[in-house]
Design a protein around this ligand. Structure first.
Ligand code: HPA
Length: 278
């Protein structure tokens, strides 16, 4: 048994002792996007600091939350760990290992990201169709535990087209403008220079952020169905559109998309669009 499996099992056991039913779906909130959980009934909250082996968040609040919406039980990770907090990608993605041992099969992640596509505006919501990992690390580096997944997991369709099509259709029914694009992870914590944004645009990315990819790789390794939404918090391309950006700007702009993103996620959950048989 790998050390990672042993620790994840210990953490999952602790959570199960606090609350038995955590559902089969998890929502992960990104910077400025905690409000997407506001309409859900909170059943239980567990601070990350109480969960064995889980690292503490230094930027986001860290809580594992069990929720209900119209009779459906699910859970949320409020706040994530980042590579720039000096955690390895394996540590950043460790909460996803715990989720997999809790029986989570579907995961919806959210983040704030810089827009590299000239058609994007600040406040747009983009569904991730693919990613590029430019973090100098891979969360699967090191010993592989086959109980989680295979040594060399396939990444040809990380964000299932079937789910993306259903969500696109739903967004258009709800009159919510939804972009689609490739997310690139860059290590931060400094934002990128205009030359770096241009480079990231040139290699095929539509948005850039400092998170998500390690968790996505591990979720895919564990066989989860994945959907990711980025909120464009600052426009980064072409260079003439770049403005000086602070973290408060990122959080405030991301916050403006909370209502439509919340509506979309509520409906995805209600209609079970992430389910295997939907
Ligand atoms: N770069 C990296 N991460 C980000 C950005 C950005 O411009 N905006 C929000 N997260």
């Amino acid at each position: 048994m790998t050390e990672e499996y042993r620790r994840a099992a210990g953490a999952a056991r602790f959570i199960k002792q606090c609350i038995e039913d955590t559902g089969s779906l998890c929502v992960v909130t990104g910077s400025g996007l905690e409000g997407i959980l506001d309409n859900f009934k909170v059943i239980d909250r567990i601070a990350y600091s109480r969960i064995p082996h889980l690292k503490e968040t230094t930027f986001h609040r860290g809580e594992f939350i069990v929720l209900e919406y119209r009779g459906k039980r699910f859970c949320a990770l409020q706040g994530r760990l980042h590579y720039y907090e000096a955690y390895t990608s394996k540590e950043v993605a460790f909460p996803i290992r715990i989720l997999s041992l809790l029986g989570i099969r579907e995961i919806i992640m959210t983040n704030a990201a810089g827009g590299l596509n000239e058609d994007y505006d600040a406040g747009d919501i983009a569904m991730v169709s693919d990613h590029i990992n430019l973090l100098p690390d891979n969360p699967l580096r090191g010993p592989n535990d086959n109980r989680f997944g295979v040594r060399f997991p396939d990444m040809s369709e990380v964000y299932p087209l079937r789910i993306r099509n259903k969500i696109s259709e739903l967004a258009s029914d709800l009159n919510i403008k939804l972009r689609h694009g490739v997310y690139v992870s860059f290590q931060g914590p400094s934002l990128e220079t205009p030359a770096e944004y241009k480079f990231l645009h040139t290699i095929g990315a539509d948005m850039v952020g400092m998170s998500t990819v390690p968790e996505v790789i591990v979720a895919k390794h564990c066989g989860m169905r994945i959907a990711v939404f980025s909120v464009i918090s600052n426009v980064c391309y072409p260079p003439e559109r770049i403005k000086p950006t602070t973290v408060d700007d990122v959080i405030a702009t991301a916050g403006k998309a909370v209502v439509p993103l919340r509506t979309l996620i509520e409906e995805v959950i209600q209609r079970n669009l992430m389910g295997s048989d939907s």
